[in-house]
Design a protein around this ligand. Structure first.
Ligand code: GLN
Length: 356
């Protein structure tokens, strides 16, 4: 079995078992979810990060394409206590380095105590700790990936027609790294979804004449999605606006708000969120390292129970609704799927044209 080393920004170099050879670097993030490894590994929000699973056994129900959120694995490398052969074969085919047989609890504990950190990984017959340190040395910070949108977005418009379930709406989804389940949730509710590139222009939006402008989830620092922010600035008040995760952050920035990096983010499928109006708590899926610091013109309608950070932003006057968590789940609980009904209900009903 090849040797493997994980070099951390806090100076530690951890030895592991090499499962898929190669070298990689990225911000070391984690998920505490105990299912949903296929969904997480194909979530474009993990681009340029190294994903550690804190649940000890990953891969015990195989690998099925129907559960993928996009067409490739996005983390730069994968770290787990134990990976099954199924997952190793998949990561091998994707060329994504992977290691196991290390103390992932210790790794995640370190991130929680010391904050987000970069790491370098080296896996191979002749891999050395120095190779892992060299990877760490050359690793850019998350906010340095200025063109990360282009790595995860469609480059041409893609259209998904809504299912035949009554009132049909048209959604322009700005793809900053969208998960497939967001498209599915809209299509299942009858919406036609036009997926537009991350740097879509006004002309691209006019061409699809949408009822709602929706900004997707995606990786990295929202400050690096200037084009999407400008689009929101153009259409606020003209079109209902919706956003998920990175989308919430971009919309808040466009409406006079600010964002900041968190110590280690919200990472897992059991993050409790309080709805301030109904006083109800829901369990949510989360995977983000930045947060809205100031919501600008928007009202904070939901907060994280653990740290009071904004989880939902809204404006009735401007027809805006956003969530910091992932209402589409996959992985995680389905408690918040109603968000997509709320989004579509912001758009006026289409008038029925009756034939004579
Ligand atoms: N899941 C996401 O959309 C992540 C949002 C953003 N990249 C963050 O880390 O905060």
């Amino acid at each position: 079995m090849p040797g493997a080393y994980v070099a951390l920004e806090n100076g530690h170099v951890v030895e592991a078992r090499g499962r898929v050879p190669g070298t990689a670097c990225g911000e070391l993030v984690f998920t505490t979810a105990y299912t949903g490894y296929e969904e997480s590994l194909t979530d474009p929000s993990y681009e340029e990060q190294v994903l550690t699973f804190s649940y000890p056994l990953i891969g015990n129900y195989g690998v099925r394409e129907e559960r993928f959120e996009s067409d490739r694995v996005h983390p730069r490398a994968v770290v787990a206590r134990e990976l099954t052969e199924d997952v190793v074969e998949w990561l091998e085919a994707e060329g994504v380095p992977a290691v196991d047989h290390l103390d992932t609890r210790d790794l995640v504990g370190g991130i929680r105590e010391e904050g987000a950190m970069k790491c370098g990984i080296a896996v191979g017959e002749n891999a050395t700790p120095e190779d892992a340190l060299a990877e760490l040395e050359r690793c850019p910070g998350m906010s340095d990936h200025e063109n990360i949108g282009a790595q995860v977005s469609v480059h041409e418009r893609e259209t998904y027609l809504g299912e035949d379930v009554g009132d049909d709406k048209t959604v322009a989804l700005v793809d900053c790294g969208a998960k497939g389940s967001i498209i599915d949730a809209l299509v299942e509710r009858g919406a036609d979804v036009h997926v537009l590139p991350h740097d879509a222009t006004e002309d691209d939006v006019e061409a699809v004449d949408p009822d709602v402008l929706f900004v997707s989830n995606g990786p990295g620092d929202p400050a690096n999605f200037e084009a999407a922010q400008e689009l929101v600035e153009t259409y606020v008040g003209e079109l209902p606006l919706a956003g998920i995760c990175l989308g919430q952050q971009i919309i808040a920035r466009a409406l006079g708000g600010t964002t900041e990096k968190m110590d280690f983010g919200h990472r897992g499928v059991n993050q409790p969120v309080l709805d301030l109006e109904s006083n109800q708590v829901v369990m949510t899926t989360q995977n983000h390292g930045y947060t809205v610091a100031d919501p600008g013109e928007l009202d904070v309608t939901q907060i994280n129970v653990n740290d009071d950070t904004p989880e939902g932003l809204e404006s009735d006057d401007l027809s805006v609704i956003t969530r910091q968590y992932h209402p589409e789940a996959n992985p995680g609980p389905n408690d918040t799927l109603g968000f997509f009904d709320d989004v579509l209900s912001m758009a006026p009903r289409k008038r029925l044209v009756l034939a004579d």
